[in-house]
Design a protein around this ligand. Structure first.
Ligand code: GLN
Length: 537
């Protein structure tokens, strides 16, 4: 077996420079040249995973097939590469410490003093090489969260230093992503922050092999030479990453800059074929020259922060391109919607998506939104909590159960049409205890769901504790709310829909996690198509 090669991506100067997108873009290029590539992310915070984090803190929690609650960058990896990730692709400091401390309690350190170096760093290094040892990949890209110089990143940086040393220079390289700011008053791009950031890296014993420089303006040859000289890299290894109109442009920009070629050279790997980006570029072309426009209302309570609904927004980009349609996602805060103002709020909206969520805040607005879409024949798509809200709305306004609710919102409701799953009743810990990951769903024939998926058995990812209460399914079916998809083993209702409506579907799972550039999710594709139709009317 060939030696697995490692690329580490560190960040400098500021956070939010888009390490995840650079890592995903490089991986895309390497994959398009024929290398089996994956990406993993190491996060420096102490939560064991982001599952317990409020979305305002850290954006969306991304869920993998194996039920890991992970950083949203894993979503980018999957969307770019179209290869599933898993728990092994995302490790936090909390997970590292938990595992080391558990080993200590089991007595595995044989009386030794347990220390950051070597015990924590060994644990980090083991996990950094885990996917590489599977033999499934030629190249592993590891993104180190945070910024060089942060106290909490130190053990990771030290582990990278050791690993580059252990593996040898041609088997492990470091890409440092920095910012080259433009000072308007001086009319100049400034290299000093990058120089300092590279110096900080060097103080930890790491020499950057490649610099990727985020910039708002083109880097001149002069600036490139200066960066090369001061930062101890070859000029060809100074890569410009200029602001792009869409993240999906970045692989092409990196190709133009030769990032993949420089990385392969440093890793002593052949270029193989020129990257095959045919399908990718077809997608980009459709994305950039849409024939239609639609306004989709995103009804949620975290709408102030775009990252909270990352996968949904990206799924709309994929589905928009598939329909040659520009999808304007209009964020509408569910807390401020009521029966009185809804017509005004929805006047320019062609279709609505009611978002996932937890807790009571904003749910009456979500229910009002479902009702409006149902009564006005507006395309409706409910995800997880959004689906549960459609069950409540139908129970209240069609079945006449005025007090119907979810026990998540009102534990004493006389009509708990959505209630806690049986298996959740004795769960007290919050971390990693929801119904998570991929579960099977059987779709009934002659349903909208079947028309959309074109198959009877599907696998979708989940993240919830509550479910559509089976005691109410028969009555609601009779009243017109069809259960069109169920879990074959437990009978849990996964999909609801209503007939005689242009498009009304609610799903207990999260289809957005599985939408990629190569495989736009059929639910989103069909929902956008329904929105285009609705707008024409
Ligand atoms: N709060 C709901 C539940 O736990 C829905 C969760 C979600 O939307 N992801 O079932």
């Amino acid at each position: 077996m060939n030696q697995t090669k490692y690329i580490f991506v560190t960040g400098g100067v500021t956070s939010s420079l888009g390490k995840g997108i650079i890592a995903a873009s490089l991986a895309k290029l390497l994959q398009a040249r024929g290398y089996r590539t994956t990406i993993q992310k190491f996060d420096p915070y102490l939560n064991v995973d982001p599952g317990t984090l409020n979305p305002y803190e850290h954006g969306e929690c991304y869920v993998t097939d194996d039920g890991a609650e992970t950083d949203l960058d894993l979503g980018h990896y999957e969307r770019f590469l179209n290869v599933p990730t898993s728990q092994a692709n995302n490790v936090t400091t909390g997970r590292i410490y938990l595992s080391v401390i558990e080993k200590e309690r089991r007595g595995e350190f044989l009386g030794k003093t347990v220390q950051v170096v070597p015990h924590i760093t060994n644990e980090i290094k083991d996990r950094m090489q885990l996917l590489g040892q599977s033999g499934d990949y030629d190249i592993i890209i590891t993104e180190i969260g945070g910024t060089v110089g942060d106290i909490e990143s130190l053990p990771y940086i030290e582990s990278v230093r050791q690993l580059v040393w252990d593996l040898g220079e041609n088997n492990a390289i470091v890409i440092h992503l920095t910012l080259v700011p433009f000072l308007a008053a001086a009319g100049e791009l400034k290299t000093k922050p990058t120089q300092h950031s590279v110096k900080t890296l060097m103080e930890s014993g790491i020499k950057a092999d490649i610099l990727v420089c985020r910039t708002e303006h083109e880097l001149s040859q002069e600036i490139r030479s200066k960066l090369a000289l001061f930062c101890n890299v070859k000029k060809e290894a100074v890569i410009q990453s200029i602001d792009a109109s869409t993240i999906y442009e970045v692989p092409n920009l990196m190709l133009e800059e030769g990032l993949d070629i420089v990385a392969l050279k440093k890793l002593d790997l052949p270029k193989k074929a020129a990257p095959d980006l045919k399908n990718w570029n077809t997608f980009l072309k459709r994305l950039k020259s849409p024939k239609h426009t639609v306004n989709v209302g995103l009804i949620g309570k975290y709408v102030e922060m775009q990252d909270c609904y990352k996968s949904i927004l990206e799924a709309f980009i994929h589905a928009g391109a598939a329909n040659e349609t520009k999808v304007n996602v209009v964020s509408i805060h569910s807390e401020y919607i009521d029966e009185e103002n809804i017509a005004e709020k929805f006047k320019d909206i062609d279709a609505i998506l009611v978002a996932p969520g937890f807790g009571e805040r904003g749910i009456e607005g979500k229910i009002a939104a479902v009702r409006y879409a149902r009564e006005n024949n507006m395309p409706f798509f409910g995800i997880c909590l959004g689906m549960q809200m459609s069950v409540i709305e139908y129970s209240r306004n069609v079945l006449g159960l005025a007090d119907a609710n979810s026990t998540e919102m009102n534990s004493d409701t006389p009509n708990p049409v959505v209630n806690l799953m049986e298996e959740q009743k004795n769960v007290t810990d919050k971390g990693g205890t929801m119904r998570l990951g991929a579960w099977k769903c059987e779709i009934k024939p002659d349903t909208l769901a079947y028309k959309i998926y074109g198959q009877t058995t599907i696998n979708e990812r989940h993240r919830h504790r509550y479910e559509y209460n089976s005691a109410y399914v028969a009555d609601l079916e009779k009243a017109g709310l069809k259960a069109s998809g169920v879990n074959p083993d437990t009978g849990l209702v996964e999909i609801v829909e209503i007939e005689n409506h242009p498009f009304f579907i609610g799903v207990q799972y999260h289809p957005e996690y599985k939408s990629t550039v190569a495989n736009p999710h059929p639910l989103f594709v069909n929902f956008v198509a329904a929105a285009v139709k609705a707008r024409k009317k």
